[in-house]
Design a protein around this ligand. Structure first.
Ligand code: URA
Length: 237
């Protein structure tokens, strides 16, 4: 980005005034005075100062939700060049967004996307106990005594899980069972491992809600910006 535009985006001066500041030798990039008005700034890596004080553009925070589908990697880059969520967020890339937490390769559903590290920490820190709601399908019902133990929190990796809510939503004639599972932390493959502990394989898993934010009818592979109500919820965590 041109240096005068950068200075203007920082709110330090208008573009024209910025040119004056440059010609007066008051602007430095990485500790070197710049006098060439055609200089470009690498807005992510360069440090720009005006009279010795660092200036930075106002960051525009972005908050969106994405409906991840099966077979999509939940990270910014994949070393095997497979499709990642970022391939579906082309228009948001410039904002340096990233997914909040992760979903397994074969898990579908709600993924929050932001460039606000502080909100990301709030959403993922276990002490905040943000409820995450999943729909899980298995073959056959989980035994009642096992369900009780799961709800109370079983041991995983030598640490007890916090309590969870598990509700049977549907049992089909062919034995397929649909559960709503609410967990309050986010351990690796947590729902899969809870069900495996109960002797049931998860056939399908989809996250439908995080805190007050619901996936609703958003199509697979699509994203949308969060609305005012959802933003207010995030800011109040
Ligand atoms: N639990 C899982 O097992 N997988 C996910 O992707 C999320 C929660």
């Amino acid at each position: 980005m041109r240096i005068n535009k950068y200075i203007a985006q920082c709110g330090a001066a208008s573009r024209r005034e910025a040119e004056k500041l440059i010609l007066e030798g008051r602007i430095k990039i990485n500790n070197k005075i710049v006098v060439d008005l055609a200089t470009n700034v690498d807005e992510y890596n360069d440090t720009v100062t005006l009279d010795g004080n660092i200036i930075r553009p106002h960051t525009r925070f972005v908050y969106a939700m994405f409906n991840k589908h099966k077979g999509c990697i939940c990270s910014v880059k994949d070393d095997r060049n497979r499709k990642t969520v970022m391939d579906y967020l082309e228009d948001l890339k410039d904002y340096r967004v990233f997914p909040v937490g992760r979903l397994d390769y074969n898990t579908e559903g709600l993924l929050l996307i932001t460039n606000d590290g502080s909100i990301c920490n709030k959403l993922t820190h276990p002490s905040n106990e943000i409820p995450k709601v999943y729909i899980a399908k298995t073959r056959g019902k989980i035994d009642e005594d096992k369900l009780k133990e799961l709800r109370n929190g079983i041991m995983l990796d030598g640490r007890k899980l916090s309590k969870s809510k598990i509700k049977l939503l549907e049992e089909k004639d062919d034995g397929e069972c649909k559960y709503e599972v609410t967990i309050f932390e986010g351990r690796n493959r947590q729902v899969h491992r809870m069900f495996e502990w109960a002797g049931k394989e998860v056939l399908f898993l989809k996250r439908v809600q995080i805190g007050d934010i619901r996936l609703g009818g958003l199509a697979r592979g699509k994203y949308r910006y969060l609305n005012k109500k959802e933003l207010t919820y995030l800011k109040n965590i």
